[in-house]
Design a protein around this ligand. Structure first.
Ligand code: NAP
Length: 227
C-alpha cells in the first residue's frame, strides 16, 4: 500500500512525509512528489520514492501517481492558478485509481470572506464532483506565519497589523502535517476502496487567541500598543 504526498519540497509536504515515516510507514511505501526532485534528494537517500509532479504538466502528475493508493494533495502556492493545477491532480488521481485523496483546504472555505478561500472552495467542489473518496482538511492559520513579525518586533518594538479584536486559531505546520499523515494512514488501513465517502473537517486547535498584547513588560519592551 502506497501513500503519496505532493509539494514535498515545501514546508508542509515535507513535514507530512516526516510524520508518515515517524508513524512507522516503510520509506518505500511513501511517494514524495515535487516539481524539482533535486530539492528532495535527501528523501530519496532515506529510501522514500521520489517522483516528479508539476501541476502545470499533467503528464508528470499522472506518472507520479501510478500505483498510489492514498494521495495527500498539498494545496499549491501559485495563487490564481491553483484551481486548474488542482484539477490536473484530481484527474490524474482518478486515472491512477487512487482510493482516497486528502486535500489541505482553508478554514470555512465555502463561506469564508478570506481572499484565498475561493480557490479552495472551487477545489472542494471539483473534488466533490469527481467521485473520488475525499478527506478535506481545512487547515487553519500557521503559527509560523507570525515568526517574521515577531523577529521584526524584536528590532522595532512594534507589531503592525490591522486585526483589531479579530481572533485566530493557529497551529504549527507540524501539527497540521501530523493530522494529514494520520488521516492518510487511516485511509490506507481502512481500505478506502470499499468506502467511497467524502468527509471534511476544520483542522484547528480548539481555542482562539487575539493579537491584543499582554500588559507591557518593561523587561523585554516587546509589546507596545499604538494609539
Ligand atoms: N494555513 C496557512 O497559514 C497557509 C499559509 C500559506 C500557504 N498555505 C497553503 O498551504 C500550502 C502548503 O504550505 P507550505 O507552507 O508548505 O507552502 P510552501 O512551503 O510554499 O510549499 C508549497 C509547495 O507547493 C509546490 N508547488 C507550487 N506550485 C507547484 C506546481 N506547479 N507543481 C508542483 N508543485 C508546486 C511547491 O513547489 P516548489 O518548491 O517547487 O515551489 C512547494 O513544494 C501552500 O501551498 C498554500 O496553498 C497555507
Amino acid at each position: 500500500m502506497t501513500v503519496a504526498v505532493t509539494g514535498t519540497s515545501g514546508h508542509l509536504g515535507r513535514l507530512v512525509v516526516d510524520s508518515l515515516l515517524a508513524h512507522g510507514t516503510a520509506p518505500g511505501d511513501v511517494v514524495a512528489t515535487a516539481r524539482d526532485v533535486a530539492a528532495v534528494a535527501d528523501l530519496a537517500e532515506r529510501g522514500v520514492v521520489v517522483r516528479e509532479a508539476d501541476y502545470d504538466r499533467p503528464e508528470t502528475v499522472k506518472g507520479a501517481l501510478a500505483g498510489v493508493d492514498v494521495l495527500v494533495l498539498v494545496s499549491g502556492s501559485e495563487v490564481g492558478r491553483r484551481v486548474e493545477q488542482h484539477r490536473a491532480v484530481v484527474e490524474a488521481a482518478l486515472a491512477a485509481g487512487v482510493s482516497r485523496l486528502v486535500y489541505t483546504s482553508a478554514p470555512r472555505a465555502t463561506t469564508s470572506a478570506l481572499v484565498l478561500a475561493p480557490e479552495h472552495k472551487a477545489t472542494e467542489e471539483l473534488l466533490a464532483a469527481s467521485g473520488l473518496s475525499t478527506t478535506v482538511l481545512r487547515n487553519n492559520w500557521y503559527t509560523e506565519n507570525y515568526v517574521a513579525d515577531v523577529l521584526r518586533a524584536r528590532e522595532t518594538g512594534e507589531i503592525v497589523a490591522s486585526v483589531g479584536d479579530g481572533r485566530v486559531a493557529s497551529a504549527s505546520r507540524a501539527d497540521f502535517a501530523e493530522a494529514a499523515a494520520v488521516v492518510a494512514l487511516e485511509a490506507l488501513r481502512d481500505g478506502a476502496h470499499d468506502a467511497r465517502c467524502t468527509s471534511s473537517g476544520e483542522t484547528s486547535p480548539g481555542r482562539t487567541t487575539t493579537w491584543r498584547p499582554p500588559p507591557p513588560r518593561s523587561s523585554t519592551g516587546l509589546w507596545r500598543t499604538a494609539g
